[in-house]
Design a protein around this ligand. Structure first.
Ligand code: F1P
Length: 346
């Protein structure tokens, strides 16, 4: 939390951020930003796409580094590549960066581990400074990556004229309030999530749904469950439910739905109605004081209000806790999950 707060240096109303400040022109002149990453970092990248396209209006593509490196992508010196990696050692991300640099792109790294290979090899970058990730599965690195991507989007948008000063200051002030809200979520939902988890220890499948910014958050929730509890889980945009996953829903299917009152909340309400009509078990992440989704959900987890663009940061806390408590109840080693390496270096 201190790390997140420490990234924002308010100086006479101007926000400075290490790394970005020196490379704003390069980012501003980019015809396209390509974000490359793996696993959790890739999910952060997807949210980065939403952020940068909304606030800076620069076209963004997000690719798995593990695909990008093998597929002869179109890339030139007019592109800026943002490479995201917690460990800074992931071989696929490193190979993708190498390819991008060979084609003349400017590569900006977002890494947690200081002086890691990726941090050293990129042209410039920001450290997330989230501290050591003890467990294999990325957790606090994810929220720190989202913070940095938010800052990049807001700062770039303000610099290239797409985000006016008033909106810029409103967003920065709101982002500055996020660490306190994260702390509140950690304290207020812990026991609730633990109790909810105890009902799903024997589950064999989970579905995670979200809309807009919370679609990648749903992907990340599902990945965390897979990684540490070994329960099969799929994340989907809630709007895609009717295009396939709805066939899976019955009384045995737990569905985690991220439903803060932002964006197309009315559509999420309809999604929950559709799930309940098929007797699915709904675990809903809602804002405090929510009534519509809460009235239908089997279990609710409340998070504070914030703008849609920052809501994945808050939603990811109960998602991580849910995976944690289910895994612990199943007797799994949450820090060293089977078959997973902290840095995938091959
Ligand atoms: C990417 C990643 C992690 C995952 C696991 C394996 O690592 O897929 O997201 O939790 O640790 O590696 P990184 O490039 O972000 O270090």
């Amino acid at each position: 939390l201190d790390t997140m707060r420490g990234r924002l240096l308010v100086d006479e109303g101007i926000i400075k951020m290490a790394g970005i400040w020196d490379h704003l022109e390069r980012l501003t002149n980019a015809e396209r930003i390509i974000i490359i990453a793996c696993g959790t970092s890739w999910h952060a990248g997807l949210i980065g796409e939403y952020l940068i396209e909304e606030f800076a209006r620069v076209p963004v593509e997000v690719e798995y580094a593990s695909e990008f490196r093998y597929r002869n992508p179109i890339i030139s010196s007019k592109d800026v590549v943002i490479a995201i990696s917690q460990s800074g050692e992931t071989a696929d991300t490193m190979a993708a960066i190498k390819l991008a640099k060979e084609k003349g792109a400017f590569v900006y790294g977002i890494c947690n581990v200081v002086d890691s290979s990726i941090a050293r090899y990129t042209d410039a970058g920001s450290y997330t400074h989230a501290g050591p990730e003890i467990g294999v599965a990325s957790t606090k690195a994810f929220t720190a990556q989202l913070t940095i991507l938010s800052l990049i989007a807001i700062k770039l948008g303000n610099h290239n004229g797409n985000l006016g000063k008033a909106d810029f200051m409103r967003l920065i002030t709101e982002l500055d309030a996020i660490p306190k809200k994260v702390e509140d979520v950690l304290n207020s939902v812990d026991q609730t999530v633990k109790t909810i988890a105890s009902n799903f220890v024997d589950a064999t499948n989970f579905l995670y749904l979200g809309r807009g910014y919370n679609f990648p958050a749903a992907l990340e929730g599902a990945l965390k469950l897979k990684e540490i509890s070994y329960i099969h889980a799929e994340g989907y945009p809630a709007a895609e439910m009717k295009h396939g996953p709805i066939a899976l829903i019955d009384e045995n299917m737990p569905i985690v739905i991220i439903a803060p009152k932002v964006g197309h909340y009315d559509k999420i309400v309809s999604n929950v109605q559709e799930i309940k009509a098929r007797k699915g078990k709904v675990i809903a992440i809602v804002n405090k004081g929510d009534t519509q989704v809460s009235a239908m959900a089997d279990y609710i987890i409340e998070i504070p209000e914030t703008s849609e663009c920052f809501s994945p940061i808050l939603a990811s806390i109960p998602l991580q806790l849910l995976s944690y408590y289910i895994a612990v109840a199943r007797g799994a080693n949450v820090d060293q999950p089977r078959n997973l390496a902290k840095s995938v270096t091959v």
